[in-house]
Design a protein. Structure first.
Lengths: 113, 113
């Protein structure tokens, strides 16, 4: 197992375009999280899935953001009509059933120009 | 609302020194605390997880302590090496039912050869 995998690693997009990121958690981890990190700050929680159910969403997750986890495996995070303020590192993490320890991926760096 | 603070924001020390990184949190009712390392432009690597009932955890040259009553945790790094240069983040899980981690802003550590 190679850990949490995120794709793409980098994405540059023009303002107003839609983007989608993918996260593959560690196999058999039933919990999956998305965080956003801006330069010089710690990550901020966006949303949480247990299996395929999205159980918690932050108020940071505006209506332009949507996340899914079909079949409780990989997850996608879509941002519609991107704005320059969406530029950040988007981090995915997963946890096993037996522990609350979070394991993070390498992140997707989004730049909106 | 739980807030996590890490001071200093940046620290530079000569190779070989022992050092302590600090983390404080405003609400002592936490479930656990996790220390992470983040290299520039990369994701987070979990270093140590301390449950609320524990006082410390050790891994190699790293030792993390937790004093819940005073809302503090420290990460002790022994015999620092240039490869330890990174940003160190602490994060608390507010309670057993909470799924999100609340992060500090990190301490950027530089070990000078």
């Amino acid at each position: 197992d190679t850990g949490v995998s995120q794709n793409p690693r980098h994405k540059i997009t023009k303002r107003g375009q839609n983007v989608t990121f993918r996260c593959d958690p560690i196999s058999e981890h039933n919990r999956l999280y998305w965080y956003r990190q801006t330069l010089g700050q710690g990550p901020e929680f966006l949303t949480y899935f247990q299996n395929e159910a999205q159980l918690e969403k932050s108020r940071l997750l505006s209506d332009r953001f949507s996340a899914e986890r079909p079949k409780g495996s990989f997850s996608t995070l879509e941002i519609q009509r991107t704005e320059q303020g969406d530029s950040a590192m988007y981090l995915c993490a997963s946890s096993p059933r037996s522990s609350t320890e979070a394991f993070f991926g390498q992140g997707t760096r989004l730049t909106v120009v | 609302k739980q807030e996590v603070t890490q001071i200093p924001a940046a620290l530079s020390v000569p190779e070989g020194e022992n050092l302590v990184l600090n983390c404080s949190f405003t609400d002592s009712a936490i479930y656990n605390l996790q220390w992470f390392r983040q290299d520039p432009g990369k994701g987070l690597t979990s270093l140590l997880l301390i449950q609320s009932s524990q006082r410390e955890q050790t891994s190699g040259r790293l030792n993390a302590s937790l004093d819940k009553s005073s809302g503090r945790s420290t990460l002790y790094i022994a015999a620092s090496q240039p490869g330890d240069s990174a940003t160190y983040l602490c994060a608390v899980r507010p309670d057993q039912g909470a799924q999100k981690l609340v992060f500090g802003q990190g301490t950027r550590l530089t070990i000078n050869p």
